[in-house]
Design a protein around this ligand. Structure first.
Ligand SMILES: [Cu+2]
Length: 397
Protein backbone atom coordinates (compact mmCIF):
# COMPACT_ATOMS: atom_id res chain seq x y z
CA UNK A 1 0.00 0.00 0.00
CA UNK A 2 2.58 2.46 1.13
CA UNK A 3 4.85 1.68 -1.76
CA UNK A 4 2.11 2.13 -4.23
CA UNK A 5 1.20 5.48 -2.79
CA UNK A 6 4.79 6.59 -2.89
CA UNK A 7 5.04 5.47 -6.45
CA UNK A 8 1.96 7.50 -7.15
CA UNK A 9 3.46 10.57 -5.53
CA UNK A 10 6.64 10.32 -7.55
CA UNK A 11 4.82 9.73 -10.77
CA UNK A 12 2.42 12.55 -10.10
CA UNK A 13 5.15 15.00 -9.27
CA UNK A 14 6.92 14.02 -12.41
CA UNK A 15 3.81 14.09 -14.49
CA UNK A 16 3.32 17.72 -13.67
CA UNK A 17 6.60 18.82 -15.16
CA UNK A 18 5.85 18.21 -18.82
CA UNK A 19 2.38 19.54 -18.28
CA UNK A 20 3.92 22.97 -18.05
CA UNK A 21 4.42 22.71 -21.76
CA UNK A 22 0.74 23.48 -21.97
CA UNK A 23 1.38 26.86 -20.52
CA UNK A 24 2.73 28.16 -23.77
CA UNK A 25 0.23 26.18 -25.71
CA UNK A 26 -2.66 28.47 -25.07
CA UNK A 27 -3.84 29.75 -28.37
CA UNK A 28 -4.65 33.42 -28.30
CA UNK A 29 -8.33 33.08 -27.91
CA UNK A 30 -9.45 36.64 -28.12
CA UNK A 31 -10.53 37.67 -24.69
CA UNK A 32 -14.20 37.86 -24.07
CA UNK A 33 -15.06 41.12 -25.57
CA UNK A 34 -17.23 43.61 -23.85
CA UNK A 35 -19.18 45.85 -26.14
CA UNK A 36 -16.81 48.64 -25.22
CA UNK A 37 -14.41 47.13 -27.72
CA UNK A 38 -15.29 49.59 -30.38
CA UNK A 39 -14.49 52.80 -28.63
CA UNK A 40 -12.41 54.76 -31.11
CA UNK A 41 -9.02 53.14 -30.92
CA UNK A 42 -7.82 54.97 -33.96
CA UNK A 43 -7.10 58.24 -32.31
CA UNK A 44 -3.97 57.86 -30.23
CA UNK A 45 -1.51 57.00 -32.96
CA UNK A 46 -1.57 60.25 -34.85
CA UNK A 47 1.02 61.83 -32.62
CA UNK A 48 3.17 58.76 -32.96
CA UNK A 49 3.30 59.30 -36.70
CA UNK A 50 4.17 62.94 -36.42
CA UNK A 51 6.82 62.12 -33.87
CA UNK A 52 8.58 60.13 -36.52
CA UNK A 53 9.08 63.17 -38.62
CA UNK A 54 11.46 61.90 -41.24
CA UNK A 55 9.84 60.96 -44.50
CA UNK A 56 6.50 60.31 -42.97
CA UNK A 57 4.10 59.25 -45.68
CA UNK A 58 1.55 61.92 -45.03
CA UNK A 59 -0.87 59.89 -42.97
CA UNK A 60 -1.76 57.19 -45.48
CA UNK A 61 -5.22 56.25 -44.41
CA UNK A 62 -5.68 54.29 -47.58
CA UNK A 63 -2.76 52.90 -49.46
CA UNK A 64 -2.05 54.84 -52.62
CA UNK A 65 0.70 53.93 -54.98
CA UNK A 66 -0.10 56.58 -57.54
CA UNK A 67 2.27 59.26 -56.30
CA UNK A 68 5.23 57.32 -55.08
CA UNK A 69 7.46 58.51 -57.87
CA UNK A 70 7.62 55.13 -59.50
CA UNK A 71 8.04 55.38 -63.25
CA UNK A 72 5.07 53.13 -63.75
CA UNK A 73 1.96 55.09 -64.62
CA UNK A 74 -0.64 54.93 -61.93
CA UNK A 75 -2.18 51.74 -63.05
CA UNK A 76 -5.19 50.45 -61.23
CA UNK A 77 -4.33 46.82 -61.84
CA UNK A 78 -0.82 47.27 -60.52
CA UNK A 79 -2.23 48.95 -57.50
CA UNK A 80 -4.76 46.30 -56.77
CA UNK A 81 -2.40 43.42 -57.38
CA UNK A 82 0.42 44.75 -55.30
CA UNK A 83 -0.81 46.51 -52.21
CA UNK A 84 -4.25 45.18 -51.52
CA UNK A 85 -4.88 43.44 -48.28
CA UNK A 86 -4.60 39.70 -48.32
CA UNK A 87 -7.71 37.98 -47.03
CA UNK A 88 -7.02 35.78 -44.02
CA UNK A 89 -7.37 32.03 -44.15
CA UNK A 90 -9.78 30.92 -41.45
CA UNK A 91 -7.80 27.76 -40.75
CA UNK A 92 -4.32 29.22 -40.45
CA UNK A 93 -2.95 32.13 -38.51
CA UNK A 94 -5.88 32.62 -36.18
CA UNK A 95 -7.66 30.69 -33.45
CA UNK A 96 -9.89 28.00 -34.92
CA UNK A 97 -11.49 26.67 -31.78
CA UNK A 98 -9.66 23.38 -32.19
CA UNK A 99 -7.64 21.78 -29.44
CA UNK A 100 -3.90 22.16 -29.50
CA UNK A 101 -1.66 24.61 -31.24
CA UNK A 102 -2.50 26.67 -34.24
CA UNK A 103 -1.02 25.20 -37.42
CA UNK A 104 2.61 26.28 -37.50
CA UNK A 105 4.07 28.04 -40.50
CA UNK A 106 7.69 28.44 -39.45
CA UNK A 107 10.39 25.76 -39.14
CA UNK A 108 10.74 26.48 -35.43
CA UNK A 109 7.00 26.24 -34.96
CA UNK A 110 6.88 22.93 -36.79
CA UNK A 111 9.70 21.53 -34.70
CA UNK A 112 8.18 22.76 -31.46
CA UNK A 113 4.64 21.60 -32.12
CA UNK A 114 5.93 18.26 -33.30
CA UNK A 115 7.93 17.96 -30.05
CA UNK A 116 4.78 18.70 -28.13
CA UNK A 117 2.39 16.56 -30.14
CA UNK A 118 4.61 13.54 -30.74
CA UNK A 119 6.69 13.36 -27.57
CA UNK A 120 5.33 15.37 -24.66
CA UNK A 121 1.64 14.75 -25.14
CA UNK A 122 1.90 10.93 -25.49
CA UNK A 123 4.31 10.84 -22.58
CA UNK A 124 2.18 12.78 -20.13
CA UNK A 125 -0.86 10.86 -21.27
CA UNK A 126 0.87 7.55 -20.59
CA UNK A 127 2.07 8.72 -17.18
CA UNK A 128 -1.36 9.98 -16.21
CA UNK A 129 -3.03 6.76 -17.29
CA UNK A 130 -0.40 4.72 -15.45
CA UNK A 131 -0.90 6.65 -12.24
CA UNK A 132 -4.66 6.43 -12.53
CA UNK A 133 -4.44 2.69 -13.05
CA UNK A 134 -2.21 2.33 -9.98
CA UNK A 135 -4.65 4.33 -7.90
CA UNK A 136 -7.60 2.29 -8.95
CA UNK A 137 -5.70 -0.94 -8.37
CA UNK A 138 -4.71 0.14 -4.85
CA UNK A 139 -8.21 1.26 -3.99
CA UNK A 140 -9.72 -2.03 -5.05
CA UNK A 141 -7.04 -4.53 -4.10
CA UNK A 142 -6.15 -3.09 -0.68
CA UNK A 143 -9.52 -1.89 0.48
CA UNK A 144 -10.31 -2.72 4.10
CA UNK A 145 -12.72 -5.55 3.39
CA UNK A 146 -10.37 -7.28 0.96
CA UNK A 147 -7.20 -6.66 2.98
CA UNK A 148 -8.03 -6.47 6.69
CA UNK A 149 -4.43 -7.02 7.89
CA UNK A 150 -2.07 -4.65 6.04
CA UNK A 151 1.46 -5.70 5.24
CA UNK A 152 4.26 -4.24 7.36
CA UNK A 153 6.67 -3.92 4.45
CA UNK A 154 8.62 -0.65 4.52
CA UNK A 155 11.34 -1.02 1.91
CA UNK A 156 11.75 -2.56 -1.45
CA UNK A 157 15.16 -1.86 -2.92
CA UNK A 158 14.36 -2.86 -6.46
CA UNK A 159 11.23 -0.77 -6.53
CA UNK A 160 12.93 2.25 -5.00
CA UNK A 161 15.75 2.19 -7.52
CA UNK A 162 13.27 1.78 -10.34
CA UNK A 163 11.06 4.69 -9.40
CA UNK A 164 14.09 6.91 -9.09
CA UNK A 165 15.79 5.80 -12.25
CA UNK A 166 12.87 5.64 -14.61
CA UNK A 167 11.80 9.28 -14.14
CA UNK A 168 15.41 10.38 -14.53
CA UNK A 169 15.69 8.51 -17.79
CA UNK A 170 12.42 9.98 -19.01
CA UNK A 171 13.63 13.48 -18.15
CA UNK A 172 16.89 12.92 -19.98
CA UNK A 173 14.96 11.65 -22.99
CA UNK A 174 12.87 14.80 -22.96
CA UNK A 175 15.87 17.05 -22.46
CA UNK A 176 17.52 16.05 -25.71
CA UNK A 177 14.87 17.31 -28.16
CA UNK A 178 13.99 20.13 -25.79
CA UNK A 179 17.49 21.58 -25.68
CA UNK A 180 17.90 21.00 -29.39
CA UNK A 181 14.76 23.08 -29.99
CA UNK A 182 16.06 25.81 -27.70
CA UNK A 183 19.33 25.87 -29.58
CA UNK A 184 17.51 26.26 -32.88
CA UNK A 185 15.37 29.05 -31.49
CA UNK A 186 18.34 30.98 -30.17
CA UNK A 187 20.63 30.60 -33.16
CA UNK A 188 18.67 32.31 -35.92
CA UNK A 189 20.01 32.54 -39.45
CA UNK A 190 21.30 35.89 -40.64
CA UNK A 191 18.45 38.36 -40.74
CA UNK A 192 17.14 39.55 -44.10
CA UNK A 193 14.94 42.17 -42.56
CA UNK A 194 14.79 43.90 -39.20
CA UNK A 195 11.59 45.32 -37.79
CA UNK A 196 11.26 47.14 -34.50
CA UNK A 197 7.92 46.60 -32.79
CA UNK A 198 6.98 48.98 -30.00
CA UNK A 199 4.12 48.28 -27.65
CA UNK A 200 2.02 51.23 -26.61
CA UNK A 201 -1.09 51.51 -24.50
CA UNK A 202 -2.87 50.19 -26.54
CA UNK A 203 -1.55 49.68 -30.02
CA UNK A 204 1.62 48.61 -31.79
CA UNK A 205 4.00 50.61 -33.91
CA UNK A 206 6.37 49.00 -36.37
CA UNK A 207 9.56 50.63 -37.61
CA UNK A 208 11.50 49.38 -40.62
CA UNK A 209 15.11 50.51 -40.10
CA UNK A 210 16.31 48.65 -43.20
CA UNK A 211 13.79 50.45 -45.38
CA UNK A 212 14.27 54.10 -44.58
CA UNK A 213 13.15 53.83 -40.97
CA UNK A 214 9.52 54.56 -41.68
CA UNK A 215 7.00 53.76 -39.02
CA UNK A 216 3.49 52.37 -39.21
CA UNK A 217 0.90 52.49 -36.48
CA UNK A 218 -1.29 49.46 -36.02
CA UNK A 219 -4.66 49.81 -34.31
CA UNK A 220 -7.40 47.28 -33.72
CA UNK A 221 -10.34 47.48 -36.11
CA UNK A 222 -13.83 47.97 -34.81
CA UNK A 223 -15.89 44.80 -34.96
CA UNK A 224 -18.04 46.03 -37.81
CA UNK A 225 -15.02 47.12 -39.84
CA UNK A 226 -13.34 43.77 -39.30
CA UNK A 227 -16.48 42.02 -40.40
CA UNK A 228 -16.70 44.18 -43.51
CA UNK A 229 -13.16 43.19 -44.46
CA UNK A 230 -13.73 39.53 -43.74
CA UNK A 231 -11.34 39.46 -40.83
CA UNK A 232 -11.71 38.01 -37.32
CA UNK A 233 -12.90 40.42 -34.68
CA UNK A 234 -10.40 41.68 -32.12
CA UNK A 235 -7.55 40.42 -34.28
CA UNK A 236 -7.90 42.61 -37.35
CA UNK A 237 -5.90 45.83 -37.46
CA UNK A 238 -5.92 48.85 -39.73
CA UNK A 239 -2.22 48.73 -40.65
CA UNK A 240 -0.65 45.29 -40.78
CA UNK A 241 2.98 44.54 -40.31
CA UNK A 242 4.08 43.38 -43.77
CA UNK A 243 7.03 41.09 -44.44
CA UNK A 244 8.33 39.34 -47.55
CA UNK A 245 7.89 35.60 -47.84
CA UNK A 246 10.94 33.46 -47.13
CA UNK A 247 12.81 36.24 -45.38
CA UNK A 248 14.36 35.76 -41.97
CA UNK A 249 12.76 38.56 -40.00
CA UNK A 250 14.48 39.83 -36.90
CA UNK A 251 12.02 41.39 -34.49
CA UNK A 252 13.36 43.99 -32.11
CA UNK A 253 10.69 44.43 -29.48
CA UNK A 254 10.34 47.18 -26.93
CA UNK A 255 7.69 49.26 -25.27
CA UNK A 256 6.92 52.93 -24.87
CA UNK A 257 5.05 52.66 -21.59
CA UNK A 258 4.34 49.42 -19.71
CA UNK A 259 5.29 45.82 -20.37
CA UNK A 260 3.53 44.35 -23.36
CA UNK A 261 4.33 41.17 -25.22
CA UNK A 262 4.55 40.71 -28.96
CA UNK A 263 3.63 37.30 -30.28
CA UNK A 264 2.18 35.42 -33.21
CA UNK A 265 1.20 31.85 -32.31
CA UNK A 266 1.46 30.50 -35.86
CA UNK A 267 5.11 31.63 -35.93
CA UNK A 268 5.91 30.17 -32.50
CA UNK A 269 7.25 33.63 -31.70
CA UNK A 270 6.52 35.55 -28.56
CA UNK A 271 8.62 37.99 -26.58
CA UNK A 272 8.07 40.60 -23.89
CA UNK A 273 8.09 44.27 -24.84
CA UNK A 274 9.80 45.97 -21.94
CA UNK A 275 10.22 49.74 -21.71
CA UNK A 276 13.84 50.86 -21.97
CA UNK A 277 14.98 47.51 -23.20
CA UNK A 278 15.29 45.76 -26.55
CA UNK A 279 14.28 42.13 -26.80
CA UNK A 280 14.80 40.08 -29.88
CA UNK A 281 13.04 37.23 -31.56
CA UNK A 282 12.75 36.07 -35.14
CA UNK A 283 10.66 34.14 -37.58
CA UNK A 284 10.82 32.93 -41.13
CA UNK A 285 7.93 31.59 -43.12
CA UNK A 286 7.56 30.36 -46.66
CA UNK A 287 3.81 30.63 -46.61
CA UNK A 288 2.20 33.90 -47.70
CA UNK A 289 -0.88 34.85 -45.77
CA UNK A 290 -2.17 36.75 -42.80
CA UNK A 291 -1.19 35.66 -39.32
CA UNK A 292 -2.72 37.11 -36.20
CA UNK A 293 -1.35 37.57 -32.73
CA UNK A 294 -2.05 39.76 -29.78
CA UNK A 295 -0.49 41.42 -26.80
CA UNK A 296 0.41 38.60 -24.41
CA UNK A 297 1.11 40.64 -21.29
CA UNK A 298 -1.65 42.17 -19.23
CA UNK A 299 -0.92 45.83 -19.90
CA UNK A 300 -3.97 47.81 -18.91
CA UNK A 301 -7.57 48.49 -19.66
CA UNK A 302 -7.40 47.85 -23.39
CA UNK A 303 -4.93 44.98 -23.27
CA UNK A 304 -7.34 42.82 -25.23
CA UNK A 305 -7.61 45.40 -28.00
CA UNK A 306 -4.07 45.67 -29.29
CA UNK A 307 -3.87 42.74 -31.67
CA UNK A 308 -1.07 41.96 -34.09
CA UNK A 309 -1.55 41.16 -37.75
CA UNK A 310 1.38 40.10 -39.90
CA UNK A 311 0.90 39.89 -43.64
CA UNK A 312 3.39 37.73 -45.52
CA UNK A 313 3.59 38.74 -49.18
CA UNK A 314 5.80 38.20 -52.17
CA UNK A 315 8.98 40.22 -52.34
CA UNK A 316 7.63 42.41 -55.13
CA UNK A 317 4.50 43.12 -53.15
CA UNK A 318 6.62 43.95 -50.16
CA UNK A 319 8.65 46.41 -52.20
CA UNK A 320 5.44 48.03 -53.42
CA UNK A 321 4.12 48.24 -49.89
CA UNK A 322 7.36 49.78 -48.64
CA UNK A 323 7.18 52.35 -51.42
CA UNK A 324 3.59 53.13 -50.53
CA UNK A 325 4.73 53.91 -47.01
CA UNK A 326 7.45 56.23 -48.23
CA UNK A 327 10.22 53.78 -47.47
CA UNK A 328 13.06 52.46 -49.59
CA UNK A 329 14.37 49.03 -50.36
CA UNK A 330 17.97 48.39 -49.29
CA UNK A 331 20.29 48.62 -52.25
CA UNK A 332 17.93 50.83 -54.19
CA UNK A 333 19.85 53.52 -56.14
CA UNK A 334 18.38 56.50 -54.37
CA UNK A 335 19.19 55.20 -50.96
CA UNK A 336 22.85 54.30 -51.47
CA UNK A 337 25.64 56.76 -51.81
CA UNK A 338 28.79 54.79 -51.08
CA UNK A 339 27.92 51.35 -52.30
CA UNK A 340 28.56 51.32 -56.03
CA UNK A 341 27.74 47.65 -56.51
CA UNK A 342 24.28 48.16 -55.16
CA UNK A 343 23.47 50.69 -57.84
CA UNK A 344 24.43 48.46 -60.72
CA UNK A 345 21.65 46.35 -62.14
CA UNK A 346 24.32 44.03 -63.47
CA UNK A 347 25.94 43.18 -60.18
CA UNK A 348 22.78 43.43 -58.17
CA UNK A 349 19.70 42.67 -60.23
CA UNK A 350 17.71 42.11 -57.06
CA UNK A 351 18.30 45.67 -55.99
CA UNK A 352 17.39 46.97 -59.41
CA UNK A 353 14.19 44.99 -59.38
CA UNK A 354 13.43 46.26 -55.92
CA UNK A 355 14.01 49.83 -56.99
CA UNK A 356 11.72 49.45 -59.94
CA UNK A 357 8.97 48.20 -57.73
CA UNK A 358 6.49 45.58 -58.81
CA UNK A 359 6.60 44.55 -62.40
CA UNK A 360 3.12 44.70 -63.86
CA UNK A 361 2.92 41.37 -65.56
CA UNK A 362 -0.04 40.48 -67.67
CA UNK A 363 -1.62 38.20 -65.12
CA UNK A 364 -1.12 40.70 -62.40
CA UNK A 365 0.88 38.15 -60.52
CA UNK A 366 3.95 39.88 -59.28
CA UNK A 367 5.05 36.81 -57.43
CA UNK A 368 6.49 35.07 -60.44
CA UNK A 369 8.90 37.84 -61.17
CA UNK A 370 10.04 38.31 -57.64
CA UNK A 371 13.65 37.43 -57.00
CA UNK A 372 14.71 35.35 -54.06
CA UNK A 373 14.31 37.13 -50.79
CA UNK A 374 17.84 36.42 -49.77
CA UNK A 375 19.97 39.44 -50.27
CA UNK A 376 17.07 41.47 -49.12
CA UNK A 377 19.30 43.23 -46.73
CA UNK A 378 22.82 43.23 -48.08
CA UNK A 379 23.95 45.75 -45.55
CA UNK A 380 22.47 44.37 -42.41
CA UNK A 381 23.43 47.18 -40.24
CA UNK A 382 20.86 46.95 -37.55
CA UNK A 383 20.48 50.59 -36.79
CA UNK A 384 17.96 50.19 -34.06
CA UNK A 385 19.84 47.70 -31.96
CA UNK A 386 21.00 50.22 -29.47
CA UNK A 387 19.24 50.43 -26.20
CA UNK A 388 19.79 54.13 -26.09
CA UNK A 389 18.26 54.59 -29.46
CA UNK A 390 15.14 52.79 -28.38
CA UNK A 391 14.59 54.79 -25.28
CA UNK A 392 15.58 58.07 -26.83
CA UNK A 393 13.34 57.77 -29.81
CA UNK A 394 10.49 57.36 -27.40
CA UNK A 395 11.44 60.24 -25.21
CA UNK A 396 9.84 62.72 -27.54
CA UNK A 397 6.41 61.34 -26.86
CU1 LIG B 1 -0.15 45.27 -24.28
Amino acid sequence: MKTSLKLFAVAAAFGMAPASAFAQAAAPAPAAAPAAAATTPAQQPTDAISANSQAAPAQPAEISLANTGSEEPSNASVLSSSVTRTLPNATVGQPTGALGFQPQVTPIGEEASSFHNNILLPLITAISVFVLALLIYVMVRFRRSANPVPSRTTHNTVLEIAWTLVPVLILVAIAVPSIRLLAHQYSPPKADLTIKATGNQWYWTYTYPDNGDFEIVSNVLKDEDAKKRGEPRLLAVDERMVVPVGATVKMIVTSADVIHSWGVPAFWAKIDAVPGRLNETWFKTDRPGVYYGQCFELCGARHAYMPIAVEVVSRAQFAAWVASKGGTMPGAPQSTSGDETATSPVTNPAAAAAAAGPVPTAGGSATETSPEPTGLNPATGTPAVSTQGATESRRGN
